[in-house]
Design a protein around this ligand. Structure first.
Ligand SMILES: Nc1ncnc2c1ncn2[C@@H]1O[C@H](COP(=O)(O)OP(=O)(O)O)[C@@H](O)[C@H]1O
Ligand SMILES: [Mg+2]
Length: 283
């Protein structure tokens, strides 16, 4: 049985005079210890899919979610507030694109990790010890001193390491990493991906990596699902999809893999009209 299974997920935002169908019937599974990448350009529905896994989206009527999200024997869409609290952070944890906006500027990084531990794992006695251990695990040198630093005293890469420490301090079974390296310099991107690879192995954790960049998927994800305008248009083992992409959108994304050492912020070269023509022609 997969650890997580999502079936026919639909997410719609109801505005005053229009409805945005952000996700239109997405299905995927995640096995224990495996890594799934969800790849697609900005606006394709990746983040809202990720947030729906622990129901971090606005409540109805603003946002309506349907389908099935099964985590072990729990149906996430049927959980009450307490059920969701038991899931968030402890079972499924997140890291996001902008570590600086996820960290609170007025508390030390150690205090913020400690708070996450107290919230999710009240049984832990030596909270400070767990904080120092978490900082050490993510490669922060001199954690006994660094835990007293404020976020602004750390670089973007170090801040992302702190976010990873906070996510992993509660030993979740699934880490959802939503564009974890997009805001970072290319050399730091690689360090963070390498760190996630190490931590995933040592913790035996599953990972959902969300990115617009096929380049970081290769060699990191076991499976890949390509999202386009709210739907998964292609999925399969990463190497297979990279070698034999069947969908024109996947081919376009692979064509945009940034060359080594060249930072790319957006997929400027995707020709949507051409993709639409190919899709209409039954590609
Ligand atoms: N809180 C919200 N209210 C209204 N629309 C939203 C909200 N969050 C996301 N959307 C819309 O849902 C779609 C998918 O967004 P998102 O999941 O953030 O895309 P991605 O992560 O792939 O860039 C977009 O059209 C976006 O404008
Ligand atoms: Mg996003």
């Amino acid at each position: 049985m997969p650890l997580l299974s999502v079936e026919d997920l639909r997410i719609a935002f109801h505005g005053r005079d229009r409805v945005v169908e952000a996700v239109k019937g997405v299905s995927f599974t995640l096995e224990a210890g495996r890594t799934l990448a969800i790849v697609g350009e900005s606006g394709s529905g990746k983040s809202v899919t990720a947030l729906s896994l622990t129901r971090l989206l606005p409540d109805p009527p603003t946002c309506r979610v349907s389908g099935a999200i099964r985590y072990g024997d729990r149906e996430v869409l049927g959980l009450d507030r307490r059920g969701l609290q038991a899931l968030r952070g402890k079972e499924i944890a997140y890291i996001f694109q902008e570590p600086s906006s996820s960290l609170n500027p007025v508390f030390t990084v150690g205090d913020q990790i400690a708070e996450a531990i107290r919230l999710h794992l009240p049984e832990v006695k030596d909270v400070r010890g767990r904080v120092v251990e978490a900082l050490r695990q993510v490669g922060i040198a001199d954690p006994e001193r660094r835990h007293a630093a404020y976020p602004h005293e750390l670089s973007g890469g170090m801040q992302q390491r702190v976010m990873i420490a906070m996510a992993l301090a509660c030993r979740p079974r699934i880490l959802v990493a939503d564009e974890p390296t997009t805001a970072l310099d290319v050399t730091i991107q690689k360090q963070i991906i390498d760190l996630l690879r190490d931590l995933r192995a040592s913790a035996g954790m599953s990972v959902i990596l969300i990115t617009h960049n096929f380049g970081i998927v290769q060699g990191f994800a076991d499976e890949v699902a390509v999202m386009y305008r709210g739907q998964i248009v292609e999925n399969g083992p990463t190497e297979e999809v990279l070698r034999h992409p069947r969908h024109p959108y996947t081919r376009a994304l692979i064509g945009c893999i940034p060359r080594l050492g060249v930072r790319q912020d957006r997929l400027a070269t995707i020709d949507h009209a051409a993709i639409a023509r190919e899709m209409a022609a039954g590609a």
